[in-house]
Design a binder for this molecule. Structure first.
Ligand code: S3P
Length: 439
């Protein structure tokens, strides 16, 4: 988003962060819950659904395709499944908004239908690479047209007999893996996906919870077509990626002590915990339990001084969405932090390496950009103006950075925070951060 509708924030140092809070539901799990609910047999209840623009766009699209989805209360959905072959074509565009997860997973799901569909997205999504799903789906027999360079919009032709494949993914991407598994539901034979590094396994776990046999272990997943999905109840854990902003802010601001309640701690998501602890953070995991088959726990974080480290490349896929806020932690740490093996950051909602390097430099931090990462010298942040590039996680990361700055930070183009974290501004203020709309 940009131009007239642009929303800017003013953020700056306030008090320590204290108290307890619950962040909204997990984005990845919410997308998958309504998708699988829609093609299951029976009625699926989803609790803890993320009321973000991304996940609401996915639910809206499934409604356009004939699956009735009720919202009896905030963060609840009742999905009336139409069965594996019950979706109907829709002549209108299917608008995924800002959501790469929505578009890539739906591409897999729609490749298996008997009708044609057209998936579109906003300006940011329209720049993102879709060849990574188009190419393997084509090997399965799908026919997908894209704009130049394999970008959206995508026209997905239906009525193709899909055949399972054994696919070795060139990039570690849960979205690509999930697109292939969803297409695999409609394919003859076995679909097997091998990953260069293990990625989040929510699709596999949720398919199993809906009764579809899936064989999976870190780095590999396989299923065969021709089964049924049976409706179930999905309880969505709080999103670790949303909790991450508070983990870093409370670590950095002296005097802070914050409890984040019942956060999803699936090991494929918690790389930032390892990184922050290696930097010296004081984060305790308490009340560990399970919610809807996913590990959850309270995360109790207390202020602690940080030191720069080399981020282990093995952690990268497990913290892929947390690099913007890790850059902020690095900027406030003593010494140098080195990130490598993270070229994927360049094709997220924005080029996150460039966006963070530019913004941190504007606030007085020395950052050397590299093709697959950055070298960040910890220092003292000053006030100034930064551009979030319409990227939700860049905007929220600079709110965290501003808590340590010498003066106010103006953050441009923040409206897209609502894609993943509706209510962030109020929750952040309630916890003790200084952030408000620029008048
Ligand atoms: C997601 C996978 C990741 C992540 C995104 C959500 C998912 O993307 O960055 O926010 O729900 O599968 P990639 O698959 O492109 O790494």
């Amino acid at each position: 988003m940009s131009g007239a509708s642009s929303l800017d924030w003013l953020a700056g140092p306030a008090g320590p962060l204290r108290g307890e809070l619950v962040v909204p539901g997990d984005k990845s799990v919410s997308h998958r819950a309504v998708m699988l609910g829609a093609i299951a047999e029976g009625v699926t209840r989803v609790r803890g659904f993320l009321e973000g623009e991304d996940t609401r766009a996915t639910a809206r699209i499934l409604g356009q395709l004939g699956a009735r989805i009720e919202a009896p209360a905030a963060s609840e959905r009742i999905v009336h499944g139409v069965g594996l072959h019950g979706l109907r074509g829709c002549a209108d565009d299917l608008d995924c908004g800002n959501a790469g997860t929505g578009m890539r997973l739906l591409a897999g799901l729609l490749a298996g239908q008997v009708f044609d569909s057209r998936l579109v997205g906003d300006a940011s999504l329209s720049r993102r690479p879709m060849g990574r799903v188009i190419e393997p789906l084509a090997r399965m027999g799908a026919r997908i047209e894209a704009a130049e360079g394999g970008r959206p919009p995508l026209i997905i032709h239906g009525n193709n007999a899909l055949q399972g494949i054994d696919y070795e993914m060139p990039v570690a991407s849960a979205q690509v893996k999930s697109a292939l598994l969803l297409a695999g539901l409609y394919a003859r034979g076995e679909t097997r996906v091998r990953e260069p590094h293990p990625t989040r396994d929510y699709t596999e776990r949720m398919l199993a919870a809906f009764g579809w046999p899936v064989a999976f272990r870190p780095g590999e997943a396989a299923l065969s077509g021709g089964q049924r999905l049976r409706a179930t109840e999905v309880v969505v854990p709080a999103d670790f990626s949303s909790a991450a902003f508070f983990l870093v802010a409370a670590t950095l601001v002296p005097g802070s002590e914050l409890r984040l309640r019942a956060v999803g701690i699936n090991p494929r998501r918690t790389g930032l915990l390892h990184a922050l602890r290696a930097m010296g953070a004081d984060i305790r995991v308490e009340n560990a339990g399970e919610q809807g088959g996913e590990p959850v726990a309270d995360l109790v974080v207390r202020h602690a001084p940080l030191r720069g480290i080399e981020i282990d490349t093995a952690w990268v896929p497990d913290m892929i969405d947390e690099f913007p806020v890790l850059f902020v932690a690095a900027a406030c740490a003593r010494g140098r932090t080195v990130v490598r093996g993270a070229a994927e950051l360049r094709v997220k909602e924005s080029d996150r390496i460039a966006a963070m390097a530019e913004g941190l430099r504007a606030l007085g931090i020395a950052v050397e950009e590299r093709p697959d990462g950055a070298v960040i010298e910890g220092g003292r942040l000053r006030g100034g103006a930064v551009d979030s590039r319409g990227d939700h996680r860049i905007a929220m990361s600079f709110v965290v950075a501003a808590q340590l700055a010498g003066d106010q930070v103006r953050i441009g183009d923040c409206a897209n925070v609502a894609t993943s974290f509706p209510g962030f501004e109020a929750l952040a203020r309630g916890a003790g951060m200084g952030v408000r709309r620029a008048g």
